[in-house]
Design a protein around this ligand. Structure first.
Ligand SMILES: *Cc1c(COP(=O)(O)O)cnc(C)c1O
Length: 688
């Protein structure tokens, strides 16, 4: 891919075309093959002029995909000309030209806020192209204001800026004289890349020669072409020196070659070497609408311009109220109140303490919990106490409170049912038994509805969650649904509980709620539980629990924009065909000799690798089979994170079908490579 720059300006008629031409000529002089594109042109011959001046040979349709004859803003001109703008055509031309040339100059239309089509301005185009912009300013009175406004808006909108070039007119007053120095002082974090003098009869042959010469002299081409120096080596060294990574054997890490991510866009992450990777696990299950999603960025920035944080202890704040209301509107019917915290574990802690204290206020000695085998509810001591994954939890055993453990629906390794589904839910027997024996001492059952995620995406047979909720009702035990992983669209429905028509007494949300932007969690509960805490001050029925960053306004603003996008972009509707496609494509994985089980619910996938398909013998922990597959996909430009021997696919809900294909192809290739070709011993066994 070539380098590219987007030429915009503080206003129309400032000289974008002349500066595009000047830069192009100067670069050509240096022997660089320059391409040019003017995606939208309304009247005039700007594009023709540059094409001719730079002797560009590309098809006119590529250089200028959209032309209208009236001198108006594009959205008006094209509407009047009855031309429908398809941005795909613009991006396709852009991609083609970028392949063809070493350096591509893209000239905008007017300034940043010129509307190109409905809800789409020049800034949106720059954002979508994701290339740095250069601002052309005129010289004179007003220049400072126009230039700084343009700069400020661009930066707030998440556009990278290369710098400013002043294009001088005929006048030579005091303002013109002092503009460059003043701009240098006031431009934040970006340089003044040049001041181009006025050139007479620019369109003549002589004029062009002058332009080329002046450009060489006055434009800082070095700065324009400069590649950001890679800091990878230094960063890796300092990471290894100072940072302790979660769930990571740091000895392995320190011997490895970690990637350092510095940027992202849509479904992709970019490392400090400039390499892009498909984010196959949504930055650990949190991303929903892609990275740097315009609407969410804007919502957070808007909130940042009001207040970043104010406490909910003794005060309210605007976004936390709006978000609570919106969530109650869409949550399973019967949930009425929202308690805020900042991560999944704390959402669960709050739920456990709420359930526990609720029964105390009712004068009942219900102080125990039931959890499931293979459960994961977070890493704080309370949530570990109701955890069922020995690998993570057993070392802390002496720190934890006692909890009843019931069987979990791990169908692939179910000892009772050889073929699933259907089954008769034998795994519920132990839960039923515990409830029968201990319901009078049990406050709540806590479950991850439908999919036990961290245990390796254990997908439950339909109906079992509903049954659990009925058992809880029957035995007067509260139901806590930990929807931290499954909530916010992951299963194809906004909440997993919706899929079985269950209203839990308490529902925990985190991960996807703020679209992967900021830490935020919520514990939703019914009016009945909330009312259990009401009383006179002296009764001390208060819920004595809260975290400092409770209801953080920035995080709530991200979440509000996220929920708004679900509506505006019909996220769940668009997800359904992708879920279907994923399901079909996953069939191919089942044929692989080392794939024991493929589990999918919505956009959650677990591919369990086994050493022996017939006996279901697992790979040993020390074999690091999952880690090896994930290292392999990285070579092909995909980021995954395994759960032991289970390969997890959890792409952003907004992923395109093409990207999804890439994810599946690469994963299939990597599993084949690691399990078949690499391990000679296994290959031998297969041959036998
Ligand atoms: C991730 C997760 C948690 C813990 O959330 P954190 O934000 O990591 O504390 C709790 N429950 C479930 C089901 C999870 O997947």
């Amino acid at each position: 891919m070539s380098k590219a720059i987007f030429i915009t300006a503080t206003d129309t008629g400032v000289g974008k075309t002349i500066i595009s031409c000047a830069i192009g000529l100067a670069l050509k002089e240096k022997g660089i093959d320059v391409g040019y594109m003017k995606p939208f042109q309304c009247s005039g011959y700007d594009a023709d002029f540059v094409v001719k001046a730079l002797a560009i040979k590309n098809d006119k349709d590529l250089v200028n995909p959209y032309y209208a004859s009236e001198p108006l803003a594009p959205c008006v001109a094209f509407k009047r000309a009855k031309i429908k703008i398809d941005l795909k055509k613009v991006f396709a031309s852009y991609n083609e030209l970028r392949m063809k040339h070493e350096f591509l100059i893209i000239e905008g239309a007017g300034g940043l806020l010129v509307p190109l089509k409905e809800n789409y301005l020049v800034v949106d185009l720059i954002r979508d192209l994701d290339i740095p912009a250069l601002i052309v300013a005129r010289s004179g009175l007003g220049t400072l204001n126009h230039t700084l406004l343009t700069q400020k808006y661009a930066l707030n909108y998440g556009i990278k800026l290369k710098g400013v070039i002043i294009n001088c007119g005929k006048a030579k007053g005091l303002a013109e004289k002092t503009n460059p120095q003043t701009l240098r002082e006031f431009l934040d974090t970006m340089p003044l890349l040049g001041v181009m003098p006025y050139i007479k009869n620019i369109k003549s042959r002589n004029g062009l020669a002058r332009l080329a010469k002046e450009a060489q002299k006055n434009i800082d081409l070095k700065a324009l072409l400069k590649k950001e120096k890679s800091l990878t080596e230094k960063l890796v060294k300092e990471d290894k020196e100072y940072v302790w990574h979660p769930f990571t054997q740091m000895k392995d890490w320190q011997g490895g070659e970690p990637l350092i991510i510095e940027e992202a866009k849509g479904s992709y992450l970019k490392d400090t070497e400039g390499k892009w990777y498909l984010d196959g696990v949504s930055s650990l299950w949190v991303n929903v609408h892609g990275h740097r999603k315009k609407e969410i960025d804007v919502s957070v920035i808007k909130q940042l311009n009001k207040v970043a944080h104010s406490t909910l202890l003794g005060l309210g704040n605007v976004p936390s109220i709006e978000l609570a209301k919106k969530l109650i509107e869409i949550a399973p019917k019967g949930l009425a109140k929202v308690f805020y915290s900042d991560n999944g574990s704390t959402a669960v802690e709050a739920a456990l303490k709420m359930a526990y204290q609720y029964w105390q206020h009712r004068g009942e000695a219900k102080h125990k919990f039931i959890h499931l085998e293979n459960a994961y509810h977070g890493d704080t001591i309370g949530s570990v106490s109701v955890g069922g994954i020995d690998l993570f939890h057993k070392v802390y055993k002496n720190l934890l409170f006692d909890s009843y453990k019931a069987d979990s629906p791990y169908c692939y390794r179910c000892p009772k049912s050889k073929t699933y589904p259907p089954c008769s839910f034998e795994c519920l027997d132990s839960l039923r038994e515990i409830l029968r024996k201990h319901h009078t001492s049990t406050a709540a059952l806590i479950v991850e509805p439908l999919v036990q995620a961290a245990a390796g995406m254990l997908v439950w047979p339909a109906g079992i969650y509903k049954k659990m909720s009925e058992l809880c009702k029957e035995y007067n035990v509260l139901l806590i649904a930990d929807e931290v992983a499954v909530g916010i669209g992951r299963t194809g429905s906004m909440f997993a509980s919706d899929l079985e028509g269950v209203t839990p007494d308490i529902l925990c949300i985190a991960k996807g709620i703020s679209a992967g932007y900021l830490p935020l969690a919520l514990t939703l509960t019914t009016q009945k539980i909330f009312d259990g805490f009401l009383g006179e001050h002296k009764e001390q029925k208060t819920f004595f629990h809260g975290h400092t960053y409770t209801g953080n306004p920035l995080a709530c603003a991200a979440a509000l924009a996220n929920l708004e996008l679900f509506k505006k972009e019909k996220t769940l509707e668009k997800l359904q065909p992708k879920i279907k496609f994923l399901k079909e494509e996953l069939e191919k994985f089942k044929e692989l000799p080392m794939v024991g089980d493929v589990r999918q619910k919505g956009f959650m996938v677990g591919i369990e690798l086994v050493r022996d398909k017939a006996t279901k013998e697992p790979y040993g922990w020390e074999e690091k089979i999952g880690i090896k597959v994930c290292q392999k996909v990285r070579e092909y430009g995909v980021i995954l994170r395994p759960l032991g021997n289970v390969i997890v696919l959890m792409p952003p809900l907004s992923i395109s079908k093409l990207e999804l294909e890439q994810l599946l192809d690469v994963t299939h290739k990597a599993i084949s490579f690691i399990t078949l070709y690499r391990n000679a011993k296994i290959v031998k066994r297969i041959r036998l």
